[in-house]
Design a protein around this ligand. Structure first.
Ligand SMILES: Nc1ncnc2c1ncn2[C@@H]1O[C@H](COP(=O)(O)OP(=O)(O)O)[C@@H](O)[C@H]1O
Ligand SMILES: [Mg+2]
Length: 353
């Protein structure tokens, strides 16, 4: 249901934002609701400021916590689309505190500017998604874990992000390739830029389950993610000031087989729809059996890919079909579970990007 023209002039309500998110983001009900409310408050706040009314509303920057492939980036990207604002994704591990080797955090704002043809006004209402913030945790007495560990810098990057998160005027290079040219700097106010930070915080998600017998799942088979609160995040190495600027904290759940089957089939841009359309161009009707879809979903779950692996797996399953289909005489192709198993047990591994 599209909003009428009259409606469009208004700020969409949390329910409207939720309903539009719901078409593309499967499951994650709590996250969709929380993000819809935060986005709504954000828009109201911008509006109040635009009309010169002082507002008590604090900026509702968001922290998304959830396993790989649970839809953190997907949720943020779709939110930006719904709000019709520019959107950029940054990786926290690529940044450094000022003066060190690496990108300065202001580069994120440059990238946002680039997404909207350097319209400062547009960029100032945009969304910046900062991924992997758990990798810039402060590390005391050596590294917490091996992968991506850094001895210095993490805390410094959190510090550097503080001023952008709370809203300040920053000077950013207009042209990313010529950051040395002072004349090309432009002033951007980050007050109304919505920051969505994300991380897996996998150490925190995993522990605490020791007491639960293996295989035992509460809640009809859906294990509840362990609640992560601010105190545990501080213990993990996040600065209290940093967390204080991310007042909306949302946990995403690990997606289950049934969720992945829905992701494969339901959203308007679902992967199986895409393949159906491709083959339709050759007058071939493509069908996936339910068990085939479950087989694909299980393959992704067993390897810990979450939804992230689905596209690569389907591409792998479909490779020969796509190669041969245009020459086939038959008008219907059915992908069943037997076919999926055969394809996925073949030697070539599925490469997940
Ligand atoms: N809840 C979801 N609903 C629909 N699609 C999803 C969902 N979660 C992930 N996806 C799909 O999987 C891809 C990878 O997910 P992503 O958002 O990058 O995961 P994360 O950022 O949590 O690691 C997305 O681009 C999207 O196509
Ligand atoms: Mg991501």
């Amino acid at each position: 249901m599209e909003p009428s023209a009259r409606r469009e002039a208004h700020v969409p309500t949390p329910r409207e934002i939720y309903q539009r998110l719901d078409r593309y983001v499967i499951g994650q009900e709590a996250a969709k609701r929380a993000v819809a409310i935060a986005a709504y408050n954000h828009l109201k706040r911008i509006e109040a400021r635009r009309f010169g009314r002082p507002s008590l509303l604090k900026k509702a920057n968001i922290l998304l916590i959830g396993p790989t492939g649970s839809g953190k980036t997907h949720l943020a990207r779709n939110l930006a689309e719904i709000l019709s604002v520019p959107f950029t994704v940054a990786d926290a591990t690529e940044f450094t505190e000022a003066g060190y080797y690496g990108k300065d955090v202001e580069v994120m704002v440059s990238e946002l500017l680039y997404r909207c043809n350097h319209s400062v006004e547009e960029a100032q209402r945009g969304i910046i998604f900062i991924d992997e913030v758990d990798k810039i945790a402060r590390r005391t007495q050596g590294a917490r874990n091996g992968a991506g560990a850094r001895d210095i810098g993490g805390e410094g990057v959190q510090q550097a992000l503080l001023k952008m998160l709370e809203g300040r005027e920053v000077y950013v290079p207009l042209n990313l390739t010529q950051a040395w040219n002072k004349n090309d700097y432009v002033q951007v106010d980050t007050t109304d830029i919505l920051f969505i930070c994300a991380g897996t915080f996998s150490d925190l998600q995993d522990d605490g389950d020791e007491a639960r017998p293996i295989g035992f799942q509460r809640d009809g088979g859906r294990p509840k993610p362990r609640r992560i609160d601010v105190k545990r995040l501080i213990d993990f190495g996040m600065l209290a000031e940093f967390l204080g600027r991310l007042p909306v904290m949302v946990q995403l759940e690990g997606l289950k087989e049934a969720d992945l089957v829905r992701i494969l089939t339901e959203p308007p841009d679902a992967i199986t729809r895409e393949y159906r359309e491709l083959l339709q161009m050759d007058d071939i009707e493509l069908k996936f059996s339910r068990p085939a879809l479950r087989e694909i979903a299980r393959y992704a779950i067993d390897r810990g890919f979450g939804a992230r692996g689905l596209r690569a797996i389907v591409e792998h399953v479909m490779a020969d079909v796509m190669f041969e289909a245009p020459e086939r005489m038959q008008k219907t192709v059915v992908v069943d579970d037997e076919f999926v198993r055969r394809r996925l047990s073949a030697n070539a591994p599925v490469i997940v990007r």
